[in-house]
Write a protein that binds this ligand. Structure first.
Ligand SMILES: Cc1cc2nc3c(=O)[nH]c(=O)nc-3n(C[C@H](O)[C@H](O)[C@H](O)COP(=O)(O)OP(=O)(O)OC[C@H]3O[C@@H](n4cnc5c(N)ncnc54)[C@H](O)[C@@H]3O)c2cc1C
Length: 670
């Protein structure tokens, strides 16, 4: 049995290592003529050369009820997530379709569940052409025998007409009682491609020539979604898998204006069907060979294929040797970038606290608010923020950078009234610069709009960084200026609240160093893109005595800052176990991941820290630098019930992480 990672290519990490921009979105339409890709929930992007590799989907619309009641095996990316948990609850499973995917999956499921559920029964309904119809007789015979030995029922020459919740209606008018059906029929081209101006065949697959080019020579396509106009190939995963290198060669040739080389597939490829009993059927040139060797060969091929894309730290890695060689145009830009160095970005790329302490005045460093009050304007607060790109997608980065700057204004309980952008773009031609500018500004403006503001102006420059660097100078207006000018003081036992989760620095350090899986970043990016604007809309209703946003210096140093602002001799007691953390943080900590600013944040905090217990690994989260972290604030103890009610009613994610003590600017860890 394969692990999740052995069956998935980590596309984010692949892109990160190869310095390829990664945009996590859904394509809705392609305008090849205008060189534009229309995406879901975000602005369209422009391209010069495009390769379409989006695969196929299950043909669940052809069989009545299949869309509603069947689990499709395609797209394969959606199959894995809840598939086994859903199947585990069932007794009667039916596979619709009699191809190799059905045979392999049915045998695999039977092996997995037969010992835990004695009522577990699988049926395969093959359709009119029977089981494994594109394979030689001997292959069919061995497969049928193996299915029979595993007590898997095969219904041949019959089609499924309709899928209902608890039964299948078959073409011979019979009914089959089921708990769940798995749709494994021939895949169909995705619906969205029909809206594009690319020529398709009558089944809506993209027609390409021998160089993988569509009717637009700068639009390439490969994999399950294509139909080669003159190669007469049946649909097979092998062609998709074999397309990578020739496709890359064709694209490279096109970019370099060389005469493109044609590619011809070998139709007599080796096909291996795993039987889940330690054997596999290998088929080539009408020969069939069932053996342990075939099984081991399949396992070797499968694992090697995925591993070469995932194991990017191997010196003689396939990708670095071949893909880099193929795209040597791109590699030229990468020569100065060390491959495995920890690259902490976002707010973790700031100058450390100690360096600031030695140059800036004590007041500015230790007791200042997150934004400064503009002289002679008691209601106005100003701040400036700048971050390097924590994500390679400029649109999302624009959102994150805007949220990061706005947080400073939110932290001083003010409404944003003005924002100027400072943008440094990598050296490139003016077309690329204007595309990046458009993406960054639309992301930023979307966020600013939520805060009833927009980019009022700013400054751009071209710099040496390979990614954009974005900054904002922001001005906010205090929502509530206290009439008596006396700042309310925090008191012992007042409550310390933290909104949102922390751990973004550790998560990105872990992912970018190939130590934890990249799916952990999704939650972090969602939080960074959401920011603290929702909180800002309700902060006026709360009685906040002191507040800070949590950014690059880590939660603990921001809390020190918070408590030092108070003129009383108070301190804080905090419970690191209660601090909400992103999924993946515990795993990363246990694997020794720390982000680059960690040590410096740690050193600064130690002097005024009191431990009331043994140190724990989770305490290290307190020093992790955050990009668009949440807000930490103190509310009066006597108002706790009402204040928490307001937070809950407004769906703010929050946690009580400690309370005020009398330890004179010290923080006690419990
Ligand atoms: C159960 C099963 C077993 C298989 N076993 C084998 C085997 O042993 N050997 C073999 O060679 N082949 C096998 N195949 C076939 C193989 O998986 C496919 O042929 C291959 O994955 C096709 O590659 P692809 O890149 O064209 O598409 P896919 O692998 O399907 O990848 C398409 C990608 O595009 C993304 N995408 C789709 N739509 C959009 C959109 N609108 N916007 C943005 N992104 C989008 C998807 O999320 C996905 O990441 C098997 C298939 C199944 C279902």
């Amino acid at each position: 049995m394969y692990t999740w990672r052995e069956t998935h290519i980590d596309l984010y990490k692949l892109c990160f290592k190869l310095n390829i921009r990664f945009i996590h979105s859904e394509v809705l339409e392609i305008s090849a003529n205008n060189k534009e890709i229309i995406l879901k929930d975000r602005p369209k992007i422009k391209f010069d050369v495009l390769s379409i590799n989006t695969g196929i989907q299950s043909s669940d619309k052809i069989i009545k009820g299949a869309h509603k009641y069947s689990i499709p095996v395609k797209p394969i990316s959606k199959l894995s997530n809840n598939f086994l948990t859903e199947i585990e609850k069932c007794n009667n499973i039916a596979f619709i379709g009699g191809g190799p995917a059905s045979v392999e999956l049915a045998l695999g499921l039977q092996k997995r569940f037969k010992n835990t559920n004695s009522n577990f029964k699988i049926t395969i309904i093959t359709g009119k052409n029977g089981l494994l119809n594109s394979f030689p007789n001997q292959t069919q015979k061995v497969a049928k025998k193996t299915l029979q030995n595993s007590q898997i029922n095969v219904i041949e020459k019959v089609e499924v007409i309709e899928v209902q919740k608890d039964k299948l209606i078959l073409s011979d008018k019979s009914k089959l009682k089921i708990d769940k059906s798995i749709l494994s029929t021939n895949g169909m081209a995705p619906e969205w491609i029909k809206k594009s101006d690319i020529i398709l065949n009558r089944n809506n697959f993209i027609i390409v020539n021998n160089k993988f080019q569509t009717n637009y020579d700068y639009v390439f396509a490969a994999g399950d979604i294509v139909d080669f106009n003159n190669q007469n190939l049946s649909k097979s995963g092998v062609y998709a898998v074999k397309s990578g290198k020739p496709l890359a060669r064709s694209i490279r040739g096109f970019i370099q204006k060389k005469i493109p080389v044609s590619y011809k597939f070998n139709k007599n490829y080796l096909s291996i069907i795993g039987l889940s009993n330690g054997l596999a059927i290998a088929t080539k040139y009408n020969f069939t060979f069932t053996s342990r060797f075939s099984f081991l060969l399949k396992k070797f091929i499968d694992k090697k294929f995925v591993k070469k894309f995932n194991d990017l730290n191997q010196d003689n890695n396939y990708i670095f040797k071949n893909l880099f060689k193929i795209f040597d145009v791109i590699i030229q830009n990468n020569k100065n970038i060390p491959s495995y160095q920890m690259q902490c970005r976002g707010c973790a790329a700031k100058v450390d606290f100690n360096s600031l302490k030695t140059t800036l005045s004590k007041e500015i460093i230790t007791t200042s608010e997150d934004a400064i009050n503009i002289n002679n304007y008691p209601k106005l607060y100003q701040s400036v923020d700048m971050i390097s790109s924590i994500v390679s997608d400029p649109y999302i980065f624009g959102k994150i950078a805007a949220n990061h700057a706005i947080s400073d204004i939110v932290a001083v309980n003010s409404s944003l009234i003005s924002a100027l952008m400072i943008l440094q773009l990598p050296y490139s031609n003016s077309e690329i610069n204007s595309r990046d500018l458009e993406q960054v500004t639309s992301g930023a403006n979307e966020i600013l709009k939520l805060a009833n503001c927009s980019i009022g102006g700013g400054h751009t420059m071209i710099g040496k960084d390979k990614d954009p660097v974005i900054g904002f100078s922001v001005i906010g207006e205090k929502k509530r200026v206290l009439q008596n000018k006396i700042t309310p003081k925090v008191k012992v036992n007042d409550i310390l609240i933290l909104t949102e989760k922390i751990g973004s620095g550790i998560i990105f350090a872990g992912i970018n160093n190939d130590i934890i899986d990249s799916y952990y970043q999704i939650e972090v990016i969602n939080q960074m893109s959401k920011g603290n604007i929702n909180f800002s809309k309700i902060s006026e209703k709360l009685n906040i005595l002191s507040m800070t946003d949590v950014t690059g210096f880590g939660l603990l140093n921001h809390l020190f800052n918070l408590i030092k602002r108070d003129s009383g001799k108070t301190g804080l007691t905090i419970y690191p176990d209660k601090v909400p953390i992103f999924n993946g943080v515990t795993e990363a900590l246990s694997k020794n991941v720390r982000s680059s600013l960690f040590d410096k944040n740690f050193d600064v905090a130690q002097k005024e820290l009191i431990y009331d217990r043994e140190k724990k690994l989770i305490d290290e989260i307190l020093y992790d630098p955050q990009t668009v972290g949440g807000l930490a604030f103190i509310i009066p103890k006597e108002e706790k019930v009402e204040q928490i009610k307001i937070l809950r009613e407004n769906k703010i994610n929050f946690t009580e992480i400690g309370f005020v003590n009398n330890l004179n600017n010290k923080i006690k860890i419990m």
